[in-house]
Design a protein around this ligand. Sequence first.
Ligand code: 6R9
Length: 572
Amino acid sequence: MKLVTLPSVKGDYNLKSYEDMYTSFDWKDVEREFSWSETGKVNMAYEAIDRHANTFRKNKVALYYRDETRNEKYTFKEMKDLSNKAGNVFKAYGNVEKGDRVFIFMPRSPELYIATLGAIKLGAIVGPLFEAFMEGAVKDRLEDSEAKVLVTTPELLKRVPVDQLPALKTIFIVGSDIEEDDKYLDFLKYVKTASKDLEIEWVDRTDGLILHYTSGSTGKPKGVLHVHNAMIQQYQTAKWVLDLQEEDIYWCTADPGWVTGTSYGIFGPWLTGTSNVIVGGRFKPEDWYKTIEDFSVTVWYSAPTAFRMLMGAGDEIIKKFDLSCLRHVLSVGEPLNPEVIRWGMKVFNKRIHDTWWMTETGAHLICNYPCMEIKPGSMGKPIPGVEAAIIDDQGNELPPNRMGNLAIKKGWPSMMHTIWNNQAKYDSYFFPSGWYVSGDSAYMDEDGYFWFQGRVDDVIMTSGERVGPFEVESKLLEHPAVAEAGVIGKPDPVRGEIIKAFVALLEGYEESDELKGEIRQFVKTGLAAHAAPREIEFRDKLPKTRSGKIMRRVLKAWELDLPTGDLSTMED
Ligand code: 6R9
């Protein structure tokens, strides 16, 4: 089908002409926008909150929060005071010092954001964890990072194997009726009485800020370390791509357990002094539309799975709400189908702007922004200051319209600093010529627009979550009935992909639907609900290489009725 290009939107002032900006832009110029360019004192939390609290934005709402039981708002001044208090609590009762890992394992709430900022003010490295994680996932991350302090809720604490984590010294619990002892402390009790004056720990721009664990195709999840320098690009893209302006009410639907929920759920909006809406609780189409209407959301950042679910809920629901406040809508995480863009035009009369980036890259790289024409189905063009190309497996640049590895030239400010405890892994992302290889395949058309084709590796994107097949296979193998397991992403109209597991059973176990359900539940409780296979198929034997690696590509070919390709490495 011929896709119609959507014209640019008039009236946006943040990025007037793509071509002009692209040639004259220099990241060095952005540095002048931060207070440290004059004072030399760097700290992300200061720049995102305190700086505004000392200006005309003092009484501007920084955070609107709502869930089933709470409806609250906090000004920049209040956020400054509360995060100072949290910082004092971490310092006095958790001995938190610069470089220590402070993990936060709790559902979205104002306390999550206050604790995060407080820890950052001490120069600590924050590790945000999805509330959906089960014991195995929590343990892997706290163990690898040697977290010293954890902030969690009484409910989620049950999933933390504290005895097996010798580095973990203090656990702050957010809730009521907390039974305290040396190790377990009632967070809110201490915050209440703590001083709101805190001496901020000034850091180097390359000091650790946030540690996001993410999945690859092999091995355990890896810790991607971001540093304070990321603020340069997070700020600039919040202006250009999110197009945040003084009067905007911004809603990013992502949880801070995902990089989108920190880079653009915390830093981007607050670095630009924008009012930020945070909503807790489960996804319900009515609630989402109501959030937009009630808060008069102007800029909305979400993901294709969510848009597809809203689309699936039907257009009748939308008519019950006044969504005319929306000015700018964006998407990230998976390919944004042209069909969804057409739906967005129909129901909101807004273009949905796709953005492409990764946990490792810390901020937007290839995007559609207001002053650009959108070609539905394309991720857009590299933002000014970023050089992208399609390269072959040897690192040579390919001409337009040839599919290959999507690569970025080293040197953008929000690039990850390292992989925690694994410098070799970090190094393996780069070609000697300076290209960062993303793991995505794509092509670039003659106008410089990039088109996503798929992952080069076997990483699964399900409902916007990045799931490593290896992690799921490892968990499956822990089940007493499972002899072998191979996991693939199977295309799904709503979730992008669903997880499908091929399982060979050990001698003595009978195939049954009951057993399928039990295995599924096992992954759900052992790893995470989103990592549990929606489909399980029993096989006597799985295709393996001679070195014993499950050949996921063959499983995928079986599933999709495709040719299996070269089988020379397959065992007999
Ligand atoms: C921010 C984030 C990264 C992977 C990435 C790619 C996929 C992200 C996309 C997209 C098509 C887009 N991805 N944005 N695919 N179009 N606009 O998503 O980080 O969770 O690390 O995932 O997600 O495959 O390599 P992360």
